[in-house]
Design a protein around this ligand. Structure first.
Ligand code: CDV
Length: 304
């Protein structure tokens, strides 16, 4: 690449995936988005959280065989064969989320994969929202605490041809610590996917703010850490549960530079300029000059 610091990136938003939709049908939709991304010369393409299936933590599933179908025991390269065939001549990094079972341990996982099928990064979701037991009063469940273990890889960053990248997944994006711990390792671009229901049964009075809160936390994270955020939603009415869209690319200035217009499969494109991170990090948020870790000790000592 001529100029490592500038390239086109894409948030590859997916519309609803219903329980009866096969993984193959989802992958053919991902393929369509990649064809478009390739036509725009995108180098980094970010798909949503748990993007190969419907958002299954919505269901209380007691049949283990049925539940197991949602998990992958390894990155499903055979399923993704057409995708890698399409981009084999390109220099593209793709990121996508899937339910992982590693030696029987379940994680909500995201990976970076190069076109050579090399896995260059893995992250397992740390902030798992929801509950672990069936709650009949809810219109739909959110059983992430039942179906996944807390991620055990920390918040790693990855030196790549597209800058220093780091991942988080959905609920992680609401926590300022996520961005800060990535930024402290020099992260320049945070990529993430999400499945966010419009209706939050525990505080329905916030439902009208879902889209606002989505952008608010990511814009604040981008600005206060001088990094880019690429956020990709699974959106639309998925088996009667409305998921917000709003996939976007946010600059280190905290500005949304590109945003999805629909709640369907949609590619959101923007030019990433890594030099813009410096403008924030060498000035208003110059960690070396102004950060005072000795005064924040409480942050790692208490939960609340
Ligand atoms: N998939 C998620 O982590 N969703 C949560 C919802 C449940 C609040 C989110 O933070 O968007």
């Amino acid at each position: 690449m001529k100029n490592r610091s500038k390239y086109i990136a894409a948030a590859a938003q997916l519309g609803p995936i219903n329980p009866e939709d096969s993984k193959e049908s989802v992958i053919s939709r991902m393929l369509n988005l990649l064809v478009e991304a390739k036509a725009h010369e995108a180098k980094l393409v970010v798909f949503p959280e748990l993007c190969l299936t419907t958002f299954f933590p919505r269901y209380y599933i007691t049949d283990q065989a049925k539940l197991d179908k949602f998990y992958e025991t390894e990155v499903p390269f055979s399923l993704l064969a057409e995708i890698f065939e399409l981009i084999k001549e390109e220099n593209i990094i793709i990121s996508f989320g899937y339910a992982e079972k590693d030696n029987g341990e379940p994680f909500n996982t995201s990976v970076y994969v190069e076109t050579s099928k090399k896995i260059i990064g893995k992250y397992r979701k740390i902030h798992l929202p929801g509950h672990s037991e069936y709650e009949p009063q809810r219109p739909f469940q959110h059983l992430e605490k039942r179906y996944f273990k807390k991620g055990n890889l920390g918040f790693p960053t990855f030196d790549t041809s597209l800058g220093k990248l780091g991942m988080c997944i959905c609920n992680d994006r609401r926590w300022p610590e996520t961005y800060r711990v990535l930024a402290l390792q020099g992260c320049e671009v945070v990529t993430l996917g999400y499945n966010t229901p419009k209706h939050y049964p525990l505080a329905p009075e916030h439902d009208h703010l879902q889209e606002f809160h989505n952008h608010l936390c990511m814009q604040a994270g981008a600005y206060s850490n001088g990094l880019w955020v690429i956020a990709s939603a699974k959106a639309g009415l998925e088996d009667n549960c409305e998921l917000i869209g709003g996939s976007c690319i946010i600059s280190p200035r905290g500005e949304i530079v590109a945003e999805a217009k629909t709640a369907k499969d949609e590619l959101v494109l923007a030019e990433i300029n890594l030099d813009e991170c410096r403008l924030i990090k060498e000035n208003i948020f110059n960690f070396d000059l102004h950060r005072q870790p000795e005064d924040y000790k409480l942050l790692t000592k208490t939960t609340k």
